[in-house]
Design a protein around this ligand. Sequence first.
Ligand SMILES: *Cc1c(COP(=O)(O)O)cnc(C)c1O
Length: 468
Amino acid sequence: MISTGVHASFDTAALQAADAAHFLHPFSDHTGFLEKGARVIVRGDGIYIWDSENKQILDGMSGLWCVNVGYGRTSITQAVAKQMDTLPFYNSFFHTSNVPAIELAATLTALAPPGFNKVFYTGSGSEANDTIVRMVRRYWHLQDQPARQTIISRVNAYHGSTIAGASLGGMAGMHAQMGTVLGGIVHIGQPDYVHAGQGMTQDQFGVHAAGWLEDKIRELGPENVAAFIGEPVQGAGGVIIPPATYWPEIQRICDKYGILLIADEVICGFGRLGAWFGSTVLGIRPDLIAFAKGVTSGYVPLGGVLVGDRVADVLIQQGGEFNHGFTYSGHPVACAAALENIRILVDEQLIERVAGATGPYLKGAFAALATHPLVGYADSLGMVAGLNLVRVKGATVHDNVPFDAKLGVGMICRGHMFDCGVVMRAVGERMIVAPPLVMTCAQIDEMAGRIRNALDLTLAEVKARGML
Ligand SMILES: *Cc1c(COP(=O)(O)O)cnc(C)c1O
């Protein structure tokens, strides 16, 4: 039978066979599983994970952008166990509540930017964005401006995998498989300097890319536009770090036309960019904030919406009952995990450390990796970073010669990263990391060393296969 436990040994082949036979994985091409079994992860500690062959791997992606306090936090385990013993579940519908959900709501609104005094809980980031679509449309109805229906998002945005989340998102591959994308959602370009900033400085490009929002609002008619949604830094779209001028200009445009601004902080929240919320770092004053992932460091699923006063006051004072909610909204066990996770972030001053020490150190490490012959561009902010693999390096980033996308050089590189003991994600030919916030400067050096080894192996392979 399949065994578990810290020191257990595993029958990898049997696990892989059972996995391939029965487990339909998210975002995975299952034809591949039949030839090469899944990598089975069996335990974690700090910034490391181990697979069923007992290979240690440095987790450069914090699981899936979420394990901010690292693996093996027994105080979270204890908080969860205690809550399960006391009250494993009760709902928060129909005027009932529970202690962890109350305490967490007070905690989150205290940590949030000014003007946020209400939380709506969900089970995930996707559900948070679904909730936001409902709230935004209800808000404009209550404001007697029902024509304001359209939500403007961006190409390559990721806002989740439910119908509303995927529709808000700008992933062409997801839209192509959906049949009908939810109506009333349109997309503008992403602030991707490498691919769209030719002939401009970063600052010029930031204002230029924000201008696409104003163009779209004028095209639609401002009286029809409900909201703009964006990740402060696009995550799954490839860690697209916008120029410093971008978000202040987006904010100015939203203010000018009275449009609600939604920050999807599912990745950027809870310290990732060196502040509780990425909005603070990038000059965004949102009306609604979606959160999930880092709120519990992924130990237990939880998401939610921080609702700013502008929207909350209307929904509460004019709206009556909001006909929306999830069985697990305000789940006491998930909220207990979040409270302990937040206590760790505070007590260990992890967010201050990202802002003042490890974030800048990671930036330096990626600047050094940019000297590698395969790397045409590298950047970072807080604890996210990315580098672009290029065939030929030019004098500027816009003179680089890219690889033919069909060669799949990013995926080749990702394979070498695993072999060199580091998880790095490939988005096309952009290689990205989002390490746990507990990572030290010494561990950043260790990660960068593994990345450099994998880049050398990738270079050797693309040379040998005539791809250069
Ligand atoms: C992961 C993610 C989501 C979706 O969250 P789930 O918990 O997977 O539903 C939404 N927005 C962003 C920015 C994300 O990274």
